[in-house]
Every structure is written in C-alpha cells, then in structure tokens.
Design a protein around this ligand. Structure first.
Ligand code: PEP
Length: 247
C-alpha cells in the first residue's frame, strides 16, 4: 500500500453544508481523475457525511471520531457500527485535540481501534509528542507508549490502518517539523511496527502545518507516505496545490 500516497484533509469543526457543497463542486472534477498512485480522503464533521456521500460519488470521506460501543445510552456519541451502516470508509482516531481537550487516553483509543476494525472502518491513528515532551527529549518515549496500544490487535493490516505522526507543537502553529527530523521519527515508527510483526507496508503519514510550500520537501522523505492537512485543506486552492504538488 505504501506506493499509494495518502492525502487526508482534516476539516475539524469547520464548514456548513452550503460551504461544503461549494467546496466539493469545485474539487470533485480534479480529484475524479487522480492517478491511482494517490488516495485523497476528506475527514469532515458528522453533519456533512451523508450529504457529501450522497451528492459526490467521487469523493472519499471519513469521520473524525467515533465511540467504541455499538449502541447504548451514550448521549452525544456515534458508533463505528453506525458509520459502517452508512458506508463511511475511514475515521481518524487519537487526534491530539481529542487526546488533550476530550481526555482520550490509550485505553479508550485501543477500544476504538478494535471497534473500528471490527466493523470494517479504516483507521488513521494519530500519534506525536507535545512541545513539553519535545523539550525534555521524550518524543521517542511518547511514541513507544502511543504505539504500544497496537499490541495484540491482529486485525491491523496495510489496507485498513494508517499511522499519522503529528507532532502536537506543529499542529495549527505554522511550525512544521524539519523534514529530516520527521523522517527520523517515521523511520523509528516503521521499525517499531516491524518489531510488532505488523505489515511493513502500513502507510505512515505526516501532519502539522503542511502547506503548498513545504509539501514537496516532506513528500521527498523515503518514510513519509502522505500527509494529514488541517487548515490548508479548508480552501480548495491550497489543498489542490498540496495534492497535485510538483515533484
Ligand atoms: C491536524 O489537525 O491534523 C493538522 C495537521 O492541522 P494543521 O495542518 O492545521 O497543522
């Protein structure tokens, strides 16, 4: 799967239905003819999933979160099973905003990964150190702990699982990691997943202030298989320049 480069747009909590429709009306024509060497997925807020799925057949979409129980008294939550029933292909799990603002911990994230894979949802699993951890030189320790939750999840394979290395200090800050530093960590993560007996073809993508200026350098790194893009994915022009960057 590594030869298929992944371009994820994380819209977070932005856009109403009209704005989303205008966006996809512009971008669908271009994405439709994308080479089979690229996969483009839009992680959009829940209220947009069905209108976009029903109106834009050439657009791949994903959710930004789900809860691990199939159903029950969990006010405000949505399950992987519900997403699957609506044929939603992908979901992000473990984004740093979920970890920090909504206190999602390793134990919960493991349950979510297991539930998502059980229902056939493809997972983009986010990991990465924050600025304090980086200052203390603890990035490898943080990554070890975040990756350790993948132990004994036999269902993970190169077709249903992507790891997104997103250093928290680079998210929404304009401070992109130096591409050689990101490459070092990606190569470390690849080593870890190999040790765990997981496929060496699992894609490891980078996220954190990616834009049309830095995309080429990032994508030139041998262990970076794609990107997860926040703010630069909100405008058609800037996201298009990222997806169709010139090598
Ligand atoms: C993100 O939220 O996943 C992200 C990478 O955001 P940004 O591109 O805005 O840093």
């Amino acid at each position: 799967m590594r030869e298929k480069k992944f371009f994820g747009a994380n819209w977070k909590m932005y856009k109403n239905r009209r704005e989303a429709i205008e966006y996809f009306e512009k971008i669908e024509k271009k994405i439709k003819n994308i080479e089979d060497k690229k996969e483009v997925v839009f992680f959009i807020p829940f209220h947009l999933l069905l209108p976009v799925k029903d109106n834009f057949k050439n657009i791949k979409i994903g959710a930004q979160n789900f809860y691990y129980k199939d159903e029950g008294p969990f006010t405000g939550e949505i399950s992987a099973k519900m997403l699957k029933d609506e044929s939603i292909e992908y979901a992000i799990i473990g984004h740093s905003e979920r970890r920090k603002i909504f206190n999602e911990d390793n134990k919960l994230l493991k349950e979510k990964i297991i539930a998502g894979l059980k229902h056939g949802i493809k997972i983009v699993f986010c990991i990465g150190e924050d600025s304090n951890e980086k200052e203390k030189g603890e990035e490898y320790k943080v990554i070890d702990s975040q990756i350790s939750i993948l132990d004994n999840i036999k269902e993970i394979n190169e077709n249903n699982f992507i790891i997104a290395y997103e250093p928290v200090w680079a998210i929404g800050t304009g401070k992109v990691a130096k591409s050689e530093d990101a490459e070092k960590i990606h190569s470390y993560i690849r080593g870890l997943i190999n040790q765990k007996g997981l496929s060496k073809n699992i894609r490891i993508i980078y996220g954190g202030s990616v834009n049309s200026e830095n995309i080429k350098e990032i994508m030139n790194m041998p262990n970076i298989d794609g990107v997860l893009v926040g703010s630069a994915s909100l405008k058609v022009d800037s996201f298009e320049k990222i997806v169709f960057f010139e090598k």
